[in-house]
Ligand binder design. Structure first.
Ligand SMILES: [Mg+2]
Length: 295
């Protein structure tokens, strides 16, 4: 058995929603806003909206990406204002001093990497009291701007988002191009974790354990991170682990590579080369997410 000694972690990427906080009521409201937008602004029959939402989310990463991929003309700012802008944030989110202390005690560059829009991320981070903990928020707008600049699309769709590999390549680039293997990645989505893990990021699924998805660690709550990864706070390398099966690193990322308009050519060679070791977005990931969501 091949044994890998991973490098020390140099940077940390955190998802936002359902990862740095967990508020089911707010996410239900977001889902309801999405359904209302689709019915009211795009004319979807009321009895088809829920199924379409799930279909787009599972197959394209976000409902917005699915809508755009299917030719719907959606103004991104209008979408985000409708879906997030109307939320009563104060009702859902309060300062989390324990999380603040945990993040402050972690002596590494920290970034938020979210599919959500910039305004939503700022509102959430401000209310949680953790805005200053992060060097940068890599939001929908940042990824889209970088993708447009680089001529990247996903299966011809201009919306590039997690779990697409292109979004991870961009996030790493915007985070100063840390080595994927020396980057910690925390997210509540099994398929997002799957992509990160296959790209070589040290990947921590947050929110539940025992999930059948490729990951380095699974924790129930972000507050458990120091107990789960004490070596991270001590500046140590991650514990020795078995090498992933070859099927994870055999260059089968062709599906996602081919999905990009210009491939990864616009991504710095350093990042693209390392990421190409095993990144792939596949039907399996959709299956995993479906199971995860239903569990
Ligand atoms: Mg999330």
């Amino acid at each position: 058995m091949t044994v890998l000694r991973r490098p020390r972690i140099e940077a940390c990427l955190f998802d936002l929603d359902d990862c740095l906080y967990d508020n089911t009521a707010m996410q239900h409201q977001v889902a309801e806003n999405i359904r209302h937008y689709m019915a009211e602004r795009l004319g979807f029959p009321a009895d088809e909206v829920q199924e379409k939402c799930a279909d787009f989310y599972l197959n394209y990463g976000t409902t917005l990406a699915g809508l755009v991929a299917h030719g719907y003309q959606v103004d991104y700012d209008d979408w985000h204002a409708f879906v997030h802008g109307s939320l009563d944030y104060e009702k859902y989110l309060q300062p989390d001093p324990a999380l603040r202390a945990m993040l402050d005690s972690l002596p590494l560059p920290k970034y938020v990497f979210t599919n959500a829009d910039r305004a939503h991320a700022k509102r959430c981070l401000d209310l949680l009291g953790i805005t200053e903990c992060f060097i940068r928020v890599i939001s929908f707008e940042e990824v889209m701007e970088a993708a447009a600049e680089a001529g990247l699309t996903h299966h011809g769709c201009p919306v590039v988002c997690k779990p697409n590999r292109q979004a991870f390549d961009i996030a790493l680039q915007l985070a100063g191009s840390p080595t994927p293997g020396a980057t910690l990645w925390a997210d509540d989505s099994a398929r997002n974790i799957t992509t990160g893990h296959r790209m070589g990021l040290y990947s921590v699924l947050v929110g539940r354990t025992g999930v059948a998805c490729p990951s380095d660690k699974q924790i129930r709550h972000i507050h458990e991170l120091p107990a789960a990864l004490p070596w991270l706070w001590e500046g140590q390398q991650p514990p020795v682990c078995a090498a992933p099966p070859l099927s994870h690193a055999d260059g089968t990322g062709a599906a996602d590579e081919g999905a990009s308009g210009n491939g990864s050519a616009a991504v710095p060679a350093k990042t693209a080369g390392k990421a190409a070791a095993g990144g792939r977005s596949s039907e399996n990931e959709t299956m995993i997410e479906a199971v995860y969501t239903a569990a």
